[in-house]
Ligand binder design. Sequence first.
Ligand code: MG
Length: 409
Amino acid sequence: MSAGLAPFAADPRCSRGRRHAEAADPLRSEYQRDRERLVHCTAFRRLMYKTQVFINHEGDLFRTRLTHSIEVAQLSRAGARLLRLNEDLCEAIALAHDLGHTPFGHAGQDALHECMAAHGGFEHNLQSLRVVDRLEQRFPGFDGLNLSFETREGILKHCSRRQAELIEANEPGGVARRFIEGTRPSLEAQLVNLADEIAYNAHDIDDGVRSGLLEVAQLDDLAGIGPLCREVLAEHPDLPGQPRRLLFEVLRRMRTRDLTDLATTTAAALDAAAPTSVDDVRRLPALATLSPQRRAACDELKSFLLHALYRHPQVVATTDAAREVVHRLFDAYRAAPQEMPADFAAAAERERAVADYIAGMTDRFALREFQRLTGEQAFPSALHPGLAGVRGVAAPAGSAAAGDARTSR
Ligand code: MG
């Protein structure tokens, strides 16, 4: 067991290995190598220009999939250190967890799933595994990044029975087996999953307020945030005049509180179950959890964000336009595969190749391709009207708001 790691942590020396055998690296653990392969891969760089909630061209200061993934990695590492889990494995899983996302966030995924309905569907989590297993082409001897079993296990966080059986057929006893047997992944994977939720709950509030679609006052009634707002205001009576500082302090405390709750609750569950290996962890019920009180507050916040932000009419108007872009790109490439790069055009399963090609696009590349193939502009107004003039939101070039709106901190 590596120094400092708990007995139930993933130990890279006991890894279940890579699909293509590779010699051990004298300087780096298997999970460090995975992390570094991910940082160097093309799909990782594309995350910079992919939507989290707001379409990438709507502003320079909103989260992207890249900054989201870095926040998840940071929270996961902090949690791993508290629980003596493997930080490198957590970081590798966190950096990879969103690699399969389409352009334009969930709207893009939903549209691609509709396009692929008769061809096996499309699901971003399965696509993340497909990116690291097949679509990245960086090694002479094999496709994909040849990541360790434990990193791939963490990437595949949900999977239908039917999909699990398909993966299992190609990889017997592999990463999909647990969905057939009903077992859990490593604690590192469980931790990253919850760190993802802690990260987006906090940053979507920040981005929602920045966009002008949410107001800080709306947070007062939420059990998970209202008390923090009051606590911060009691300590800093001058903050009502500085809503951004108030919000940052509240969100900082919220992240710390949620991560501390996660670590404390999980440590108690580990004490009670007393696993002595990662295989014990896999056989036991989920051990990484929030307390019931925090779980309820998190669920309330998610429901608030769903109604107040993700389904805000102005967000929906933009995402409807994005769905249209994905549908029409899909139809265009399916009818004329030669419009794609040669390796995609030559693929035997045309629809899957089109889906892979579109899923890999950044928001802005998808918009450029849309214009090239249709002669139309996808977002003629350049941004949805509610965002014009909001701090940090790029206004259309030459518009009156352009000077102000480009001011950033
Ligand atoms: Mg995520």
